[in-house]
Design a protein around this ligand. Structure first.
Ligand code: FCB
Length: 450
């Protein structure tokens, strides 16, 4: 089948996991309710100029109050899995110590609500909303944050581990660390490469150290980590651009994959980082390489790079260039279903994970709600269909992909872009909080129910 034809559900393995993906800060709202503490994203949003539309997550999709209807919507789509994340500051408002029972009770209700509707809960422990109180002590740059993460993990998995059997420790460390501590565009807004690399190391280490805690509290659970990964091409065949590709790939992909798969940090990237390389203590690399049950992959777009001797992206000296004439989403991200095949086959060839879960994939376009209450998002629909076709192709090529989670169930708070970017299968009217399934969501529902 060509990658341009929409596949059907029965062309995938019968036990394939079909889901939608969300995250706490992006949908919950109730930012100051029921004892929730401040997160680094609450703080970041309050700083002028950080968020493009000046918005914040205080109300978002009001999912904290509307979750029964949102889970009904997921059930209506026909998915059998629901990926969500837990807001650490809702459970531990100061990051450690005093527990907020109301926060735990919320996730109890949410998980029970999923089970009642036949949705398998997939919980992410960290989707970027670090308690601000921990940031005040250095955040992920501080090694102490690992101990705090383990306490939080222990608490949450003790409480929910009897019902939640799929755990993701971290979502996209590249974003939480590189964008958050170096590029300054995500919370907490740091601008130091060395800090970012130390933060990355601590995030990866906290992942590895959390695995035995989760296994103890949630017997039989499957545990993994989710990375944002990109297939990367060079702008030309020149030796300079090829070398730039290797440098960029080192930080973007291999920096995370290599240590998780037991190879330590890539030597070439370490050398380029020089003094900005993280401090690594004895035993750290073994802990990071603790075996997992699956690798979570978030795929959105491929990248193309060229040599940049003047030093864009610091010591990686690689600049992103636009592939001319390609289709792009509203974000400017290149649309490339083939990129998904290339990425998954590369991961399989180089790392051979036991299983892969495609934990996020989706697109943003400008949506219009018609007076008849429809959203004709033909381009998102086409993106979805072609990426599912690509996924099928990757499975046929031998990549053990076991599940697909569309990003996202709802339009939501898209980080530094605020509410300007809509990624949902359902449109959210932020004035009325009305949800409307878009044509893409209606198609996903038909695909799942046929
Ligand atoms: C990913 C994030 C997710 C969402 C999508 C569009 O990088 O994990 O929260 O913002 O991008």
């Amino acid at each position: 089948m060509s990658a341009n034809t929409a596949p059907t559900r029965n062309q995938f393995p019968a036990d394939f996991r079909w889901g939608v993906s969300t995250s706490s800060f992006q949908i919950e709202g109730a930012g100051r309710e029921d004892g929730k503490g401040e997160s680094i994203w609450d703080r970041f949003c309050s700083e002028p100029g950080r968020i493009r539309d000046g918005s914040n997550g205080l109300v978002a999709c009001d999912h904290y109050h509307r979750w029964p209807q949102d889970l009904d919507l997921a059930k209506q789509l026909g998915v059998n899995a629901y990926r969500f994340s837990i807001a650490w500051p809702r459970i531990l408002p100061q990051g450690r110590g005093v527990v907020n029972e109301a926060g735990l009770a919320f996730y109890d209700r949410l998980v029970d609500g999923m089970l009642e509707r036949g949705l398998d809960p997939w919980a992410t422990l960290y989707h970027w909303d670090l308690p601000q109180a921990l940031q005040a002590q250095g955040g992920w740059i501080s090694r102490d944050t690992i101990a705090a993460f383990l306490e939080y993990t222990d608490l949450v998995t003790r409480r929910l581990g009897d019902r939640v059997k799929h755990w993701i420790t971290h979502n996209e460390p590249w974003c939480s660390c590189i964008m958050g501590y170096w590029e300054g565009v995500h919370a907490p807004g740091g601008t130091s490469l060395a800090d970012a690399m130390q933060a990355c190391h601590h995030v990866l280490l906290s992942h590895g150290q959390a695995i035995p805690v989760i296994r103890k509290n949630s017997p039989g659970a499957q545990v993994g980590i989710t990375l944002s990964l990109h297939p990367i091409a060079a702008a030309s065949d020149s030796a300079a651009d090829q070398a730039a590709l290797k440098r960029h790939d080192g930080l973007r992909n291999r920096w995370f994959l290599d240590p998780l798969f037991g190879r330590g940090y890539p030597e070439d990237t370490l050398a380029l980082l020089g003094a900005a390389a993280p401090q690594v203590l004895a035993g750290d690399l073994d802990a990071i390489a603790t075996p997992t049950d699956f690798l979570g992959v978030n795929y959105y777009f491929p990248e193309m790079v060229a040599d940049d001797p003047t030093g864009s992206h610091g010591p990686m000296r690689a600049k992103l260039v636009d592939r001319p004439g390609v289709e792009r989403t509203g974000f400017g991200w290149e649309v490339s279903p083939q990129g998904l095949v290339d990425l998954l086959t590369r991961i399989q060839r180089d790392y051979a994970p036991a299983a892969v879960q495609l934990t996020e994939n989706g697109s943003t376009f400008e949506d219009v709600l018609t007076p008849e209450g429809r959203v004709h998002d033909a381009r998102r629909l086409s993106y979805l269909q072609r990426h599912l076709a690509a996924l099928k192709q990757a499975i046929e090529a031998g990549v053990p992909v076991k599940g697909y989670f569309a990003w996202s169930l709802l339009d939501n708070f898209e980080w530094a872009e605020g509410y300007l970017r809509r990624f949902g299968l359902a449109y959210v009217d932020y004035t009325t909080q009305q949800r409307t399934l878009k044509d893409s969501g209606l198609w996903y529902g038909r695909f799942l129910n046929e």
